[in-house]
Design a protein around this ligand. Structure first.
Ligand SMILES: CC(=O)N[C@H]1[C@@H](OP(=O)(O)OP(=O)(O)OC[C@H]2O[C@@H](n3ccc(=O)[nH]c3=O)[C@H](O)[C@@H]2O)O[C@H](CO)[C@@H](O)[C@@H]1O[C@H](C)C(=O)N[C@@H](C)C(=O)N[C@H](CCC(=O)O)C(=O)O
Ligand SMILES: Nc1ncnc2c1ncn2[C@@H]1O[C@H](COP(=O)(O)OP(=O)(O)OP(=O)(O)O)[C@@H](O)[C@H]1O
Ligand SMILES: N[C@H](CCC[C@H](N)C(=O)O)C(=O)O
Ligand SMILES: [Mg+2]
Length: 493
């Protein structure tokens, strides 16, 4: 892997006055600059990185990459300095391309998935399909890097320097196939603009992240960037035709010359779901691929998982896998940790599921999806995270009230907000619910309420293993708490 010295020209960058620099590395944070580094001074959500150019120069930066506004902010720090200055309209994109050139290698086949919900599931299923076909595959996203290469990751879509280091390490380790999540933040911030994609998928768009994007249109525009900017013209777009915005994505993709594969219940979908039969442990799925009917058993809870699975199958097909081989491995797919995951079963047979539903649509979808698998009542534990979109809180409460029989409102990750205020906002949407701030106690009470044939869905934290209160993280695992509660109530501890 290339960690040697590179020139600006080798990274596709041109400095003012044609100045060159011999670079030893790339950094977006002045505190991480080492001598000879290129410091990308980026316009941030809170501040402009150009304010730290002085600090970067003190640490030995050899070049600065910024925009026009940044150059003005940094002018006093740059006065008298001979450092190479690259000024460009979109420094985030320039950085992404530079990072791609710096690290060089990427797995031969990379696909990306965007959408409000289902990214992690589709990326994991795609990796599982490839692995079952004997390919060296990994997925990159919210749950870290998993599969033939593993690593922790702090972002759903890592920032470009981390991302390209990772892709190069994966390629060096023999990974040929990677499926990654493209978050709207990642797309907006050009984090994956340097990735060479073979195919990209769109799952759906519903409300989330309105703390970051100005409105739903801006949020959708960010997601559309995957097709308008990143997927090359010879790539394939896999699109959920059931989503109201699916057609717009498909038209945009077709306009760019992409081959489009539609997925969903829609008659127009090339990968069309025709029937599903649900039971306590999964579902039988009947679907058509290019007019050919297939029947598979999925050990997955929730009707929407069929769409996720078939989106993953379409991505694998788009990258060259054979149809019969792909269909044959679908029954082997296992649920992603924290996504409709069976965490415990009570002595009376009642099941406890853990799910990462943390948007109004996901809460509604997850609860509705559980219904046909359950004979008795559905109990829900729900809460919302602090320092995130506030307007979604009452909507999440309402989604729980409308789709569950009994609701407990509790804390998610309060972060730096007052937990009682967050709970009150959720309660506005479900005034009949029981409010139990302590999450472990809420889970215990909800498990206690389960009768024969009932099921509990613990929403919001999925695979997370910590609860963020203030700026501290306390160990907390919904699946573990569910097991503890069942054991305590059924007398096993
Ligand atoms: C809102 C957001 O996405 N912020 C990301 C963004 O930070 P920023 O540029 O806006 O930060 P800023 O604080 O305004 O600082 C501006 C610049 O000054 C630099 N700086 C700052 C201080 C200093 O001393 N020296 C210095 O150089 C910073 O490195 C930065 O480049 O760019 C940074 C570097 O690329 C990211 O690490 C950071 O992610 C923050 C930590 C974050 O929490 N992001 C979350 C919301 C996120 O991206 N989530 C999505 C998933 C969402 C989902 O789908 O659920 C994800 O992909 O993970
Ligand atoms: N296709 C889908 N349609 C609607 N809801 C879904 C779909 N797939 C998953 N969900 C719901 O969304 C939750 C999150 O799923 P997943 O982690 O796969 O999505 P994500 O897009 O990666 O989320 P994040 O943006 O937080 O990374 C699941 O727990 C489930 O409740
Ligand atoms: N990637 C999402 C995850 C939210 C998970 C939920 N448990 C919460 O803390 O709100 C976010 O950071 O908004
Ligand atoms: Mg995810």
């Amino acid at each position: 892997m290339a960690e040697a010295v590179k020139s600006l020209a080798e990274l596709g960058l041109t400095a003012q006055g044609g100045r060159e620099a011999r670079l030893t590395g790339l950094a977006v944070d002045s505190r991480k600059v080492v001598p000879g580094c290129l410091f990308a001074a980026l316009p941030g959500a809170a501040v402009h990185g150009a304010g730290y150019v002085g600090a970067a120069l003190d640490r030995g930066a050899a070049a600065i990459l910024t925009d026009r506004a940044g150059a003005e902010i940094a002018a006093p720090a740059l006065a008298g300095s001979s450092v190479a200055l690259v000024v460009t309209e979109d420094p985030r994109q320039a950085l992404a391309f530079a990072a791609a050139l710096w690290f060089g290698a990427q797995p031969e086949t990379v696909v990306a998935v965007t959408g409000t919900n289902g990214k992690t599931s589709v990326a994991s299923f795609t990796r599982q399909i490839w692995a079952a076909l004997g390919l060296e595959a990994a997925n990159i996203g919210t749950t870290g890097v998993e599969g033939a290469f593993t690593a922790a990751s702090s972002h759903t879509t890592p920032e470009p320097i981390t991302l390209h280091r990772l892709l190069a390490e994966m390629a060096a380790a023999g990974v040929t196939h990677a499926a990654m999540e493209a978050s709207s933040h990642g797309l907006e911030q050009r984090r994956l603009d340097g990735v060479r994609l073979r195919a990209a998928a769109f799952t759906n768009l519903t409300q989330d992240h309105l703390d970051y994007h100005a409105d739903l249109d801006a949020y959708f525009e960010a997601k559309l960037g995957l097709f308008t900017r990143i997927l090359p013209e010879d790539g394939t777009a896999v699109v959920n035709f059931d989503d109201p915005l699916g057609m717009e994505v498909a038209l945009t993709a077709r306009g760019r010359g992409h081959r489009v594969i539609g997925v969903g219940y829609s008659d127009r979908a090339e990968m069309r779901i025709s029937n599903q039969r649900f039971d306590a442990t999964g579902q039988d799925l009947r679907f058509y691929w290019q007019g050919q009917v297939h029947l598979v058993r999925l050990g997955l809870i929730g009707g929407f998982q069929a769409g996720n699975v078939l989106t993953a199958a379409a991505l694998a097909l788009a990258c060259g896998a054979g149809a019969e081989a792909v269909m044959a491995v679908l029954p082997r797919l296992t649920t992603v940790r924290g996504r409709m995951q069976l965490a415990a079963t009570r002595a009376n047979g009642a099941a406890v599921f853990v799910d990462y539903a943390h948007t109004p649509d996901a809460v509604e979808t997850a609860l509705k999806a559980l219904r046909p698998h359950v004979m008795g009542r559905i109990v829900a534990v729900v809460g919302a995270g602090g320092d995130r979109d506030r307007s979604k809180r009452p909507l999440m409460g309402r989604a729980a009230a409308e789709n569950a029989d009994v609701v407990y409102v509790t804390d998610d990750n309060p972060r730096t907000e007052d937990p009682a205020t967050i709970r009150a906002a959720v309660m506005q949407g479900c005034p009949e619910a029981s409010e139990v701030g302590d999450r472990a106690e809420a889970i215990l009470r909800a498990v206690d309420a389960l009768g024969p044939g009932d099921a509990l869905l613990i929403c919001g934290k999925g695979h997370e293993t910590g609860q963020v209160i203030g700026t501290d993280i306390y160990p907390f695992d919904d699946a573990e708490q569910a097991s503890v509660a069942v054991a305590a109530l059924d007398g096993k501890i």
